[in-house]
Design a protein around this ligand. Sequence first.
Ligand SMILES: *Cc1c(COP(=O)(O)O)cnc(C)c1O
Length: 356
Amino acid sequence: MKVYNFSAGPSMLPEEAKLAVQRDFLDYNGSGMSVVEMSHRSKWYDEIHEEAQSLIRELMGISDDYYVLFLQGGASTQFEAVPLNLLVKGKADYIVTGNFANKAFKEACKYGDIACVASSKEANYTYIPDVDKIEFREGTDYVHITTNNTIFGTRYTKLPNVPHLVADMSSNIMSEVMDVNKFDLIYAGAQKNIGPSGLTLVIVKKDIIGSPLPFCPTMLKYSTQAEANSLYNTPCTFATYMAMLTFRWLKKLGGVKAIQEINEYKAKLLYDFIDNSSLFTNSVNPADRSIMNVPFVTPSKEMDAKFIKEAEANGLVTLKGHKLVGGMRASIYNAMPVEGVEKLIAFMKKFEAENK
Ligand SMILES: *Cc1c(COP(=O)(O)O)cnc(C)c1O
């Protein structure tokens, strides 16, 4: 059965990319080898690595002032790598807008004078604090934000105006146009908008990686990875290959600006339906709503469970919400077609009529 998968990550990938993997899996480009069997020092893999790099640069408009690194360990490893590499004066500010933002903050606290300068915890992270009202400290190495909060369904629509901004962009990278020049560093696990899990993308300004903390592990030093073109050790070749295929798909579709329009359209369809529903609600501050992750609930836990079960039987899968929020969550990343969202809404309508 064809299903629409609303998983928060790993999540849906473009059909076209999956078909290419299937077609080429046993014999990549006439090499006689599968892409998962090739040396990461081979000419075949080298081409994949280079094409993936240049497509990211093209899609996100990244200048030569930045390195694009292909790492492993997920966004969670970057919670440590960021302070280990960027704390020169030993001081950084964090805005805590969700569970992952809080984890990033907690890890950083081990390495310096770290402050949580704003948080929406008291309202179970249902909004993004007004960045213009935050009092940032003087003399910090960076300010850390989480541009899209995967679990709680919020996103920044305005960035803090600070000189050194670091962002966890795991769940909305390449979903909307972002000016990379506004950031010192961007990191993202691939498994939401880019490809399979395993690959972690780091985009970092070249001139800020020269002074990691003395005890920073070699593998976590951005300088190690930059000098080796992300081939210091064996990279996750398969995930990078699939990411490259996803980038090709995105480019063909018209790039990030084109997908942003589609994403905004999908999100609007779903939020409009929820806002006019007598059964489903979303409790996020409307101005801060994510266009990637849409949490919603019915009036009771029992009905939520019934909804999830019946949705699954109708080919709408992985709609269960995160335990910190409950209810449902529809993750509608780049690869989710409009048709998937329309199917979900049609099902919600039917469920609402049957459960009044
Ligand atoms: C999924 C996610 C993470 C965790 O990523 P891992 O790759 O599993 O470490 C961190 N931050 C955000 C915003 C996420 O969505």
